[in-house]
Design a binder for this molecule. Sequence first.
Ligand SMILES: [Zn+2]
Length: 373
Amino acid sequence: MLPVVDLAGELVRINSVSPKAKSSTQNSGEIALAHWLTDYFQQNDFIVETQPVVGQRANLIARPRRFPADRPTLALEAHMDTVDVQGMTVSPFAAEIRDGALWGRGSCDVKGTLAAMITAALQWHHREPAPGLNVMVLAAMGEEMGTLGSQALAKQQWPFRSVLVGEPTNLQPVVAHKGLWRLSVETFGKACHSSRPEEGVNAIDSMFRLQEKIIHTLAPVFMANGENTLSMTTLHSGSMINIIPDHACLEIDARFAADTEVEAHWQAWQSSLAGDAAKLMELERKPAFSSRPDSPLLFALQSTAEKHGVVFQPHSERYYSDAGHFSAAGYDAIIWGAGDIRQAHTVDEHIPLQQLHLAVDRLLTLFEQYGRR
Ligand SMILES: [Zn+2]
């Protein structure tokens, strides 16, 4: 078994940048990483199953060889992919160790936490006598682009009720984040030469009228709870300065709190824009995350913090994560991990080594506390 810092370094050395498109079947480094992890788990007496999600891009599920069905089970989940390395000022895959930190793409988001989860799970299951709690590890593909891996995982029936979702949270629980709703609006016109505009229909003019409706009518209703946000993020139209455009396309990115009735908003948008000769499409709708009020995992994290004499600060975050799918499917999910989210996706991504050691210690205490319940 490797020390946690060495394991994190091995994971960083494998380039697992997410493909640009979420449904890309391009063989990304996630596959190489899953192969490496399979070998590592097997060498340490764990059984591994890989479940392809897109092409050969697969989720990996690892459980101890000794897995008594009559014992409670806790799942640890983290994603294997990373964001791109463009513009990085540190070597992305060298896994350099200096100034008390591990440097490279994914070190913080989220290979450091994945390494800590694996190390703690292996250490736990090599204890004698066999502990009263089964710990399994789920390594997901495609989190950074579409969260398809966790979506596939959350649809299945598992022997666990609680899942700890790894993201950099400074070892504090994240108990809520918003859902994601993405729309596109298209308007259509009739092209003609701009010297005779009366012979055409201008799709940009139609789009502006529609935008007015969105800004003054639809968006305020959606954002009335003071938490939801809605932004127009892309707008494309026109081909030449002297041609009346026959097509315009606007994209909208909205984020919503857990109690938002997105379906009702969707119906309202559809009927409101129905008469406008426009095409409204829902591109993506992903559930908000909100932990259960009676979360056994959160209680166990609280007693873990008490055992270690550290403050316990559950909080919410603004980013999207794999926890959305798990909580929507009824699992008791909490986001937790080593490192600071402000270090994620940066040009000099790194994670303090101390965070990795602390993460392993806290996880082992968490297993004890959770197993007690
Ligand atoms: Zn992440």
